[in-house]
Design a protein around this ligand. Structure first.
Ligand code: SF4
Length: 524
């Protein structure tokens, strides 16, 4: 019997293969398609599966992409492969005392500080040392933003034989973040420029971008030569130059297939950055992603249509081979109870929110000893639920944009029942065992139609409704999967929004079968 140790993996951590791991790895290596898609829920052991496929290919030059630094660390520990993080995680040896855990002067200042000169510390530079190690190894672990930036601007991690992409259903978001261009209110104030007069006209924005670019060049000239600058000024210079490069790219790319977004922060009564985004990202993927590798493996619990994913990412439907695996956890350890109490939309929220509050209260009474996570979807609903439940429940907690990670750690640390209301815990959150037993989804997480990009993507393309439904369904499945994390673990989820019934009637087939089998309809 073949065991992971046969490929050099740690025999204590990985004594044997779980069902499907080795078989799927063998299927991957014989595929002749540029992309192999593995839809695999929690508990399958995706990282060992992926690392085994790499070993079966005789360890070609490969990169393993993940979404977070924590996952990078986990794979480094489990498989002893080097990781490289963004430059802001490493000090510059010219200013080691100013590093301040990445908040101060980091290796990001490198090219501006050196200004073309060689560095005396090059051999010992922490970033460069780690990068050399990663480049020498047959496999290294990067995060998506770093990979896209390195492969496209520096070239070091291009020309790969094999690219492994964890949480591949988020590639669209990562590419969007890489391509989009932001102008912050701070920069506009500094440049003494407001938005253009005709905000709906493309030509008006093209002229505006040119003007912003010119003013940034003048600002860069004002800062002075890099070798005379303090570290803080160097950082400032670095940001200005980065924005200048992004504007150059934007000037050559902006057309009718882009949109401009500016969010309003209703609570702070201020406007956010102006963000330019392409409506569809597929046109950028061949050169920015697929062009850097001969073949790829995409893995996620929520792919929901590998062909649709391939097309959205600029490939053909026939460019992908795929497998979809069942959950190893029985349905009774992860029930999803659908209890429609109101159809929750912007127009109905006045009557719907109190019904949601009542339904949540009733359910909470059934679980007086458990820790509960409520996915509020928006700050608006979060605020309502906090106010509605506060008189009855002292054990309530929430967070804002700035303290999400700290609040999550506090929630995990409580060893008493507590209700955590969050607008943004749908992904990257692991709450096994007693850390959370009950999950509530008061509102279906449809992408925000107030975003011009989402609105155009939905309405201007024939695949828009499918794209919209897939994004919604992914988020919903991710939300309900935060708490049953291993065999023997259990949790129960509740969906209260009657819009779920409409989503299932229209697009029920896109939900994975292992998730559908756990859904039960009920009433309070
Ligand atoms: S190469 Fe030199 S200047 Fe660049 S980050 Fe490293 S230590 Fe700093």
């Amino acid at each position: 019997m073949v065991v992971p140790a046969d490929f050099g993996f740690d025999a204590q951590k990985f004594p044997s293969y779980r069902e499907n791991q080795l078989e799927v790895a063998q299927k991957i290596i014989v595929s002749d398609k540029p992309l192999y898609s593995v839809e695999a829920p929690t508990g399958i052991g995706k990282s060992l599966l992926a690392m085994t496929s790499h070993a079966l290919m005789d360890r070609p030059r490969s990169v393993y992409l993940v979404s977070t630094k924590q996952l990078q660390d986990q794979i480094e520990i489990d498989f002893n492969v080097p990781t490289l993080k963004g430059r802001n995680n490493y000090p510059c040896l010219h200013f080691p005392a100013l590093f301040d855990d990445g908040r101060g002067v980091t290796s990001e200042i490198c090219s501006d500080y050196l200004h073309g000169d060689d560095c005396d510390f090059e051999a010992d530079c922490p970033y460069l040392k780690q990068k050399r190690k990663a480049l020498r190894a047959p496999m290294c672990v990067l995060n998506y933003p770093l990979f896209l930036s390195e492969a496209n601007y520096v070239g070091g991690f291009s020309n790969l034989s094999y690219l492994i992409m964890d949480e591949c259903d988020r590639i669209e978001d990562h590419l969007m973040s890489f391509i989009e261009v932001s102008i912050t209110p701070y920069l506009m104030k500094r440049l003494d420029i407001g938005p253009p007069r005709y905000k709906t006209k493309l030509d008006s924005w093209v002229e505006w971008i040119k003007e912003v670019a010119l003013r940034i060049i003048k600002e860069i000239e004002k800062v002075g030569p890099p070798n005379s600058l303090s570290p803080a000024k160097l950082k400032d210079l670095m940001r200005l130059k980065r924005t200048s490069r992004r504007l150059e790219f934007l000037s050559s790319s902006l057309n009718d297939n882009w949109v401009m977004e500016q969010e309003e922060n209703k609570y702070r009564k201020s406007l956010g950055p102006i963000v330019f985004k392409p409506v569809k990202i597929g046109g950028f993927a061949p050169s920015n992603l697929w062009g850097h590798t001969q073949r790829s493996l995409g893995m996620s619990a929520t792919i929901m249509g590998p062909q649709a994913m391939a097309i959205e990412l600029g490939l053909h439907s026939w460019d992908v081979d795929s497998v979809s695996l069942d959950s190893p956890f029985p349905a009774e350890s992860r029930w999803v109870n659908y209890i429609p109490v109101a159809s929750v939309t912007h127009n109905t929220k006045g009557s719907a929110y109190p019904k949601l509050g009542d339904a949540i209260e009733t359910t909470l009474k059934e679980y007086p000893k458990e820790k509960v996570l409520i996915h509020a979807v928006s700050y608006d609903l979060r605020n309502f639920l906090m106010d509605y439940l506060r008189p009855q429940y002292h054990g309530l907690m929430t967070h804002d944009k700035d303290d999400r990670a700290q609040a999550l750690e506090r929630f995990k640390g409580y060893n008493k029942p507590i209700v955590f209301i969050s607008p943004s815990m749908d992904r990257g959150v692991d709450l096994p065992g007693d850390l959370c037993r009950v999950i509530m989804v008061p509102k279906i997480p449809y992408p925000n139609l107030g975003s011009p990009q989402v609105n155009r993507r939905l309405h201007a393309f024939s695949d828009g409704p499918l794209w919209y439904a897939r994004r919604t369904a992914r988020t919903l499945v991710q939300m309900t999967g935060r708490a049953t994390r291993s065999l023997g673990d259990w949790s129960v989820s509740y969906i209260y929004d009657a819009q779920f019934g409409e989503l299932v009637a229209r697009s029920g087939h896109i939900f994975p079968s292992w998730w559908r089998e756990a859904v039960r309809s009920g009433s309070l």
